[in-house]
Ligand binder design. Sequence first.
Ligand SMILES: [Zn+2]
Length: 252
Amino acid sequence: MLKITLSTTLKDSSFNEIYNFAKKASFDGLDYDMGLSDFYKNTKLTEEQKKFVVCLHEPRLMFFFESDFFLRKTLKKALELTNTKNPVLNFHLFNFRKPIFLNGLNLIEKINKWGEKNNVIISFESGTTNMASLVNKEGTNPEAFANFCIKNDLNMTMDTSHLGTFDINIIDFFNQYHKRIKLIHLSDYKNGNQHLPLFTGNLPIKKLLKLIKKLNWNGTIAFEIFKFETIDKNEKFKILENNLKEIRKMLK
Ligand SMILES: [Zn+2]
């Protein structure tokens, strides 16, 4: 069944605040955005909270990822933060050094094997134009990314804002790769501004939702919305709650 979840990336709110809000607003779960602090502060969630974490995001540490030590720590921590059935664990493909076909492929294989053993769905995400010159093109350019995922039989995360930076039509992209897409990082995009509230940018979000419904796609949507005009926390929560209501209506 399709799930709509909220990313914990709202930097000015604590995990507990985001958790309480998401429960109240009736999201289907949380997308836990792991950070370094989860390792050194040794985050502990309650059993109730773990039940609500249905997807996880690898720590955003560009270029440091290709270390066995760090990978082991990430995978171990992921299992400590959730106790749901088949959670999705998302990795940035651009965190793998270039060229990706050296050590990167070994690590990707290791991650996928671990996912199979632990019943965790592993999914890979591509980046944005402004990092294209720094990292491997498979991790940034949407077409190279899709080809790489097909060639190596990887699940894909579709981040609508990241695709927006490449001026990619998200409808065409979803139409073409929906069978491989397990996770959608959903937000709006306009003139270089990513991760905007829905229906405030230029992306055809309504059309995408129609297509999701038509194709009976049953993956997970994570609201990756964290750029707001307001600095008021409650107003941000209100916007997220309204976005959830609107897209639920469209998916009905
Ligand atoms: Zn994303």
